[in-house]
Design a protein around this ligand. Structure first.
Ligand SMILES: [Zn+2]
Length: 252
């Protein structure tokens, strides 16, 4: 089994910084995999609590609003669970503590795939700089995934709590760049991606995400035999033969 744009993994955990990051980057993919039976976990490092700048807004209230929006978005996409780590929004750092918290989640859920961002992206066009929290979350996610989650003698206290070493099979790093090497076909789920983005009302305000999302996703699909796509840089951490030996196929 090689990876192709139609392959459905058994499970995936998406690790991001903010409540709407998954919807912008990879929700077409998570929704597609969920639709065909994959277990999907969303891990949000922060709850985006400084991301609502309306008069009188407190961080506590913003946390409630944004977590509720994120839960609804996860439901729409068919995610199995959503985890809020409540690290400080706007100040996220790829600390060893965060790495350990992510290792715990990876060892608990045992995803086949970890989906995150690309921590090396700083520049993004002429009107945006990639948010430092996005870079921090992606770096922490990669460092937790490899090699830490799979090393039994690292974070032994987690092992004692029952979180045994788990090596994810692959990492998918969402990227808008030319380095994407896999384009997941999201024709069947682009409407779900848009619907999931729309429930982030505190962020969308009067902006209708639909035209932009369709334009970006059709741009990613250009030249391929699909209408809409999300692009990823994929790294294989466990080869196919080893994975299939150690993870028997689903019976469905
Ligand atoms: Zn964000």
């Amino acid at each position: 089994m090689g990876v192709n744009h139609l392959y459905i993994h058994e499970s995936a955990m998406s690790i991001v910084a903010h409540p709407d990051d998954i919807e912008f980057s990879c929700a077409g993919t998570t929704a597609r995999w969920a639709k065909y039976g994959a277990r999907i976990s969303y891990v949000l490092c922060t709850s985006g609590d400084v991301g609502i700048d309306s008069p009188g807004m407190t961080r506590a209230r913003a946390t409630e609003i944004r977590e509720a929006e994120a839960r609804e978005a996860a439901n729409i996409a068919g995610a199995t669970e959503i985890i809020f780590l409540r690290e400080p929004d706007g100040l996220l750092q790829p600390t060893l503590e965060l790495r350990k918290r992510l290792v715990r989640e990876i060892r608990r859920f045992k995803p086949e795939v970890v989906i995150t961002g690309d921590p090396t992206i700083v520049w993004a066009g002429s009107d945006y700089i990639n948010h430092p929290d996005h870079r921090a979350a992606a770096m922490a996610a990669l460092d937790a995934t490899f090699p830490a989650a799979g090393q039994p003698n690292l974070f032994e206290d987690l092992a004692q709590e029952g979180y045994l070493a788990h090596k994810p099979r692959k990492v998918y790093a969402s990227t808008w760049g030319d380095d994407a090497d896999l384009f997941v076909n999201i024709e069947e789920t682009i409407d779900i991606k848009i619907a999931a983005l729309r429930v982030h009302k505190s962020q969308m305000k009067d902006w209708d995400p639909e035209p932009s999302i369709r334009e970006w996703a059709s741009g990613r699909a250009r030249g391929k035999e699909m209408a809409y796509a999300e692009g990823f840089r994929v790294v294989t951490l466990v080869d196919d033969e080893t994975w299939e030996k150690t993870h028997p196929k689903r019976q469905d």
